[in-house]
Unconditional design. Structure first.
Length: 338
């Protein structure tokens, strides 16, 4: 079996931006099939849509499932390596995690462990499509160890997400006579400014709710009054989404249409004695699993501060440590079986 550094680099070098997870899914499936042949396991591909499948491996009846995602954000960046880190797109979010989980599974099986599974899903970076699909096809797991960059600390809580597509409509005209048209861009800007003025809540454990306007598009040409414009808006939730929904509706009323496209709640998560702990400001696939794969834990190597950046990297020391931590947590949870 490939070791964790080599496997991390191999997986980083397979481009898998959301929607294009097919090749990395095939490679991961092949690695799991190798483990399954050697240790009397089973590998199942769960098609989410044509060309995109979750990959699930079971070794006995799965009481504990290790899970992370196959996709990355764009753009693709190939791997490189120095004495301390492995670099490249997905190195910490989440292909180093994926490699650590596969290596931990190999070690567990070599020790004779049974009763666990590995589930690798598509779509986490966009809409958690793979996790929602898996929630409709549970396999009896009682504990879910989800992998995201936590610096190898167990996360006690994670923020949720509330995402909107905000669209404004106008009427085209020649820019020499703007009074003959109606600018969708100006309407959108007015709506977004009101959204930015919303008073955001704060939670004692999770901290402040935050807002990001991540994408804006619209218009036809510099000399044409814009007849359409749109923006993608995401809140990182720390509590009940209902007040924010109402505030967004008020902010956009009469200016734009705000369509909710994703909601994932903030969560409190499992803890285990002897593990360092943290709280994370991002959301994960865990809410999309809807409890169908068991009590959730969140743990993984790397820092979210460098994920999704040109400086994405994962420390080698944390990758090696993660293999040990995953192995230990699986064994601890298996010991809780009735």
């Amino acid at each position: 079996m490939l070791r964790v550094f080599e496997l991390t680099r191999e997986l980083v070098d397979i481009e898998s931006v959301t929607g294009g997870e097919g090749r990395v899914g095939e490679r991961v499936g092949a690695l799991l099939e190798e483990l399954a042949r050697r240790h009397d396991g089973e590998v199942v591909r769960m098609e989410v849509e044509p060309g995109r499948s979750n990959v699930f491996a079971r070794f006995g009846t799965p009481e504990v499932t290790l899970s992370t995602h196959l996709d990355t954000v764009p753009p693709f960046v190939p791997s490189r390596e120095d004495d301390e880190c492995i670099w490249g797109r997905g190195s910490c979010d989440a292909k180093g995690i994926l490699a650590s989980m596969i290596c931990a599974a190999g070690d567990l099986l070599a020790e004779g462990a049974r009763g666990f599974g590995l589930l690798f899903v598509v779509g986490e970076e966009r809409d958690s499509a793979g996790a929602f699909h898996a929630a409709r096809h549970p396999q009896g797991s009682k504990f879910l160890i989800n992998g995201e960059p936590t610096g190898n600390r167990l996360a006690l809580a994670s923020k949720g997400a509330l995402r909107y597509e905000v669209r404004a409509r106008g009427r085209m005209a020649h820019s020499a006579h703007p009074e003959l048209g109606e600018s969708a861009i100006e309407k959108l800007l007015d709506a977004l400014e009101r959204v930015r003025r919303i008073t955001l809540p704060r939670d004692e454990l999770l901290g402040p709710c935050t807002l990001n306007i991540g994408q804006i598009a619209g218009g036809r040409a510099p000399n044409v009054i814009a007849d359409e414009a749109a923006a993608s808006v995401m809140f990182r939730l720390v509590g009940d989404a209902a007040p924010l929904r109402a505030a967004v509706a008020r902010a956009c009323e009469g200016r734009a249409q705000a369509d909710e496209v994703l909601w994932l709640p903030a969560l409190r998560l499992g803890a285990a004695e002897g593990f360092r702990t943290t709280v994370v400001a991002y959301t994960t696939d865990i809410p999309a699993f809807q409890g169908a794969w068991g009590e959730p834990y969140l743990l993984g190597p790397g820092s979210i501060d460098v994920a999704h950046t040109a400086e994405e990297r994962v420390p080698k020391a944390q990758l090696a440590e993660a293999v040990t931590l995953y192995r230990g947590l699986v064994k601890r949870l298996l010991a809780q079986r009735s």
